[in-house]
Design a protein around this ligand. Structure first.
Ligand code: GRF
Length: 198
């Protein structure tokens, strides 16, 4: 019986597309819902084009009441009965209350080699620090932001003349390889870590 995967997005959803396109054939999972925190998320259009159910729960009407927003998000997710949640460019920080309901079956992709550069603006910060290597990480989500067990990493070189945008584009290419590779293993019950070379 294949595992049911819901994907949470906030933006264009390129990681979501990579995940959905990977879940075919003998893959142990199938996408059942793409959920955004705004009706304007470009990822919703791309999900529908790929034939995946897509919906949104707008966080703005909740005026900062995160538990109330998360209850609505949780209720919408339960309708799709997912086994696994993938955060893919989902930019709302989730409280412990929400995370504890999905812990052990929720993944996130972060654009740095964790534990380096938790939080935002990872590419600019890596350049400012003079890093020669950078990359991305897929980890299990725990209540501590960007701190959960690492399931996979992919590395890229930092090149002379790199700007945050150039570096972000090089990392994003690796994100689209790493996240599907980790999800395939995770959905088959394999939590061992992988490291992809660029
Ligand atoms: C990715 O770089 C991801 O690591 C970060 O947000 C970006 C989202 O990209 N959290 P997309 O929406 O998947 O294209």
């Amino acid at each position: 019986m294949s595992r049911r995967v819901a994907i949470l997005v906030s933006g264009g959803g390129s990681n979501m597309v990579a995940l959905v396109k990977s879940m075919t054939g003998d893959h142990p999972a199938r996408p059942v819902l793409v959920l955004a925190n705004s009706a304007d998320a470009g990822g919703l259009v791309r999900a529908r084009e790929l034939g995946v159910e897509a919906d949104h729960v707008d966080h703005r009407p909740f005026k900062g009441d995160r538990p109330a927003f998360e209850d609505a998000l949780h209720a919408r997710l339960l309708q799709a009965e997912p086994d696994i949640l993938c955060l893919a460019g989902f930019m709302r920080v989730l409280t412990e209350g929400f995370v504890s309901r999905w812990q052990g079956r929720m993944l996130n992709i972060h654009p740095s080699l964790l534990p380096k550069y938790r939080g935002l603006h990872t590419h600019a910060r890596a350049l400012e620090a003079g890093e020669t290597e950078h990359g991305c990480t897929v980890h299990e989500v725990t209540p501590e932001l960007d701190e959960g067990p690492i399931l996979g990493q992919a590395r890229v070189p930092v090149l002379p003349g790199d700007t945050p945008d150039l570096l972000a584009a090089r990392v994003l290419e690796q994100e689209h390889r790493l996240y599907p590779a980790v999800l395939r293993r995770f959905a088959a019950g394999d939590r061992s870590r992988i490291d992809l070379a660029a």
